[in-house]
Design a protein around this ligand. Structure first.
Ligand code: NAD
Ligand code: WQD
Length: 346
């Protein structure tokens, strides 16, 4: 069974590719490499001992997408491709709307044309906006506070409309909480461009000596230690949830939404302290003002995924820190290659 993985060279897509290959799926991987490096493809092959075709295609290029769908008999699509930096989305909103929304519409149009109607979509807990309470379940009201979040919300709505128009679609909307960690081999991991926006990559770059000090954004939230609380989830647990969702779509019709989180909130200071104790690396930090747009507490009620998909997160915060550090110290400068050499041409 061949699965198309869009955005498969990126952080989460590369881990999903490994999990799919290790579970007997064939994959075709597509990525325009706008936020990833081709070396991740080589690492996926090395880790799994399996070969697969990679296409450096942009979802905005509908003609190339059609050629790809004409060539392969895809059974389903895991759709990770998208731009994801919240701050950047405020600066260049049109790029975000165009890339994420038009890209997804192109993909769905081509899927419909080739009768490939099973889709696993990367949504985000950002669609809950500033939740009234925690834990957050799937029925909570939806809102978004920035253009990136609005692309996720709009895509969810587009996919719901698509299902209403044609009930032969089978769609899983997976709302990720805060994915961190890396494959335990340390061969693939998160490889941010420039200064990391997110907490865990920033901590690990301080640990490796690339950044001097972490700024902790706010210590006056209503949390146990005043710093923000999040539902950190190991990326390998997260991608296992995708395989469960894929199996679900094989057996069930409809469009369903699932939170992918652990159900436990840890604070910024909890994460720093755990990282320090697991890795024996010192993380100097200072408290600074809250970051605009941040919320105090966010964690999931993950019961629906447990009941319906038979999935729950298994890895703890120590394992998330250990695996992040293993990736970072073995790859201090990430994948360190250029994208000049492209492997397969369509
Ligand atoms: P990533 O940037 O590492 O991976 C996304 C990949 O998509 C990149 O390799 C990029 O080159 C590719 N891409 C972007 N636009 C494309 C296009 N038009 N055509 C082809 N390829 C394109 O990000 P990630 O962390 O792996 O996130 C994967 C998905 O999960 C994204 O949709 C993201 O919004 C979503 N998500 C991520 C997080 C997170 O914290 N990492 C949380 C919630 C949701
Ligand atoms: C976590 C906590 C910060 C950096 C973002 C997106 C969300 C989703 C996941 C895609 C917060 C604090 C951070 C730093 C800090 N992505 N922090 N110093 O904001 O929960 O979610 O990524 O869908 O849409 O908004 O994650 O890792 O940026 O922040 O103190 O240098 O760490 O204030 O409390 P966030 P994050």
């Amino acid at each position: 069974m061949t699965i198309l993985v869009t955005g498969g060279a990126g952080y989460i897509g590369s881990h999903a590719a490994v999990e799919l290959l290790n579970n007997g799926y064939d994959i075709v991987l597509l990525d325009n490499l706008s936020n990833s490096q081709i070396e991740s493809i080589n690492r996926i092959k090395e880790l799994t001992g399996k070969d697969f075709p990679f296409y450096p295609i942009d979802l905005l290029n509908r003609g190339e997408l059609e050629t790809l769908f004409a060539k392969y008999d895809f059974k389903a699509v895991m759709h990770f491709a998208g731009l994801k930096a919240v701050g950047e989305s405020v600066e260049i909103p049109l790029n975000y709307y165009h890339n994420n929304i038009t890209g997804t519409i192109n993909l769905c149009e081509v899927m419909a044309k080739y009768e490939v109607k099973k889709l696993v979509f990367s949504s985000s807990a950002t669609v809950y906006g500033n939740p009234e309470r925690v834990p957050i379940d799937e029925s909570f009201p939806l809102s978004a506070t920035n253009p990136y979040g609005r692309t996720k919300l709009m895509i969810e709505e587009i996919l719901r409309d698509l299902y209403v128009s044609d009930s032969t679609w089978r769609i899983a909307l997976l709302r990720y909480f805060n994915p961190i960690g890396a494959h335990e081999s340390g061969r693939i991991g998160e490889n941010p461009n420039g200064i990391p926006n997110n907490l865990m990559p920033y901590i690990s770059q301080v640990a490796i000596g690339k950044r001097e000090m972490l700024s902790v954004f706010g210590n006056d939230y209503e949390t146990h230690d005043g710093t923000g609380v999040r539902d950190f989830i190991h990326v390998v647990d997260l991608v296992r949830g995708h395989l469960k969702a894929l199996q679900y779509l094989e057996n069930n019709e409809g469009i369903e939404t699932f939170n992918l989180g652990t159900g436990t909130g840890y604070s910024v200071l909890d994460l720093i302290n755990t990282f320090q104790s697991v890795t024996s690396q010192k993380i100097p930090y200072q408290f600074v003002e809250r970051r605009a747009g941040d919320i105090g507490i966010c964690f999931a009620n993950p019961e629906k995924a447990d009941k319906v998909l038979g999935w729950k997160a298994e890895k703890n915060l120590e394992e998330m820190c250990r695996d992040t550090w293993n990736w970072q110290r073995n790859n201090p400068n990430g994948y360190e290659t250029s994208n000049d050499i492209l492997l397969h041409e369509i």
